[in-house]
Design a protein around this ligand. Structure first.
Ligand code: CUA
Length: 341
């Protein structure tokens, strides 16, 4: 293999990382805002990016100038000669310090400071809006609609085009609520209630991620903000406040028995059953969620069975222990859980 080919090989991973940011899918990109708060933040970023690039280039030019001016000087034999003067800069030494050290920073930083103050002011909480309470857990998200009495997990449904007030806190360690396309980060601190808000302009699913290291599975603590057209959102709310239907088939009834007897109920709640645990996510509508394990896997029958059987293989350290169910019981349980729409 030639030298060039080897070199290209080594550069490939670097190029992959750099170009990864240019892929068409916006995913969690703060530079593809989907709501008014994120748009303000992205706008400020686009102002600051060229300003700080110019400052950086100026510093590099001055640094290189200083290095080459010094090395161009004839080297003095013997002990170092103090007080040797190079050519004076164009403004004179004092002028250079005043302009470069005081005037320039004030001229550059003052407008940027004022702009960031303006952005902070425009991110203020909107007045009256729907309230959703989100509690961070190691490593999942409890989601409550206090006015409607709805409890769910790892998915925050909101009406598109409307601000939603968030009450944030944590049940254990510090987490951080972060949906890059909708707003900045807000820490969730145990014992402290924090207010925040999000708004998505268009219907869609916006991925969020815990933004504060919180232990082994921090990286797998994801969630979705699902923005629905307002009428669909109202239907979603109404659907979730209706009483749960009884399991329809014998298989589902068997699954419910397994759920209640095999040790799931002390940790998980299913409304309308004796199961009311709050250690793990509420499963009342598990079947309608898009993912399991806090954004870890798609919510399919196979993935769900794998998760129940051996969650530790998929998410080591998660609070959910392995289950040791007989195959038939496991399948019945998964049928029941899938039916919880
Ligand atoms: Cu929760 Cu990181």
């Amino acid at each position: 293999m030639g030298r060039t080919a080897r070199c290209r090989c080594r550069l490939a991973p670097l190029a992959a990382v750099l170009l990864g940011g240019c892929s068409g899918e916006p995913g969690q990109s703060t530079l593809h805002p989907a709501g008014p708060a994120a748009a303000e933040i992205a706008w400020l970023w686009w102002v600051m990016f060229p300003a700080f690039t110019a400052v950086f280039l100026l510093v590099v030019v001055l640094l290189l100038g200083a290095i080459f001016r010094k090395s161009a000087r004839p080297s003095a034999p013997g002990p170092l000669r103090g007080g040797e003067e190079g050519p004076a800069p164009p403004l004179g030494r004092t002028g250079f310090i005043v302009v470069g050290g005081i005037v320039l920073p004030v001229v550059v930083l003052t407008p940027l400071f004022l702009l960031s103050l303006n952005t902070s002011a425009s991110l203020r909480q909107p007045q009256k809006s729907l309230t959703v309470r989100v509690v961070g857990h190691m490593w999942w998200w409890e989601v409550r609609y206090p006015e409607q009495g709805i409890v769910t997990a790892n998915e925050v449904h909101v009406p598109a085009g409307r601000p939603v007030r968030l009450e944030l806190t944590s049940a254990d360690v510090i987490h951080s609520f972060w949906v890059p396309r909708l707003h900045g980060k807000r820490d969730m601190i145990p014992g402290l209630e924090t207010e925040f808000w999000v708004q998505a302009d268009e219907p869609g699913a916006y991925r969020g991620q815990c933004g504060e290291y919180c232990g082994t599975q921090h990286a797998n603590m994801a969630f979705l903000v699902i923005a629905l057209p307002p009428d669909e959102f109202d239907a979603w709310l109404a659907e979730r406040t209706r009483p749960r239907p009884e399991p329809a088939t014998a298989e589902e009834r068997r699954g419910r028995e397994v759920f209640l007897k095999a040790g799931c109920a002390p940790c998980h709640a299913v409304r309308g059953t004796p199961a009311s645990g709050n250690v793990g996510p509420d499963l009342t509508h598990l079947g309608s969620r898009r993912t399991i394990g806090a954004g870890l896997r798609p919510n399919t029958r196979g993935e769900l069975a794998g998760w129940v059987a051996d969650s530790q293989a998929l998410k080591p350290g998660a609070r959910m222990p392995r289950s040791y169910l007989a195959g038939e019981d496991l399948l019945a349980l998964v049928t029941y859980l899938e039916g919880l729409k």
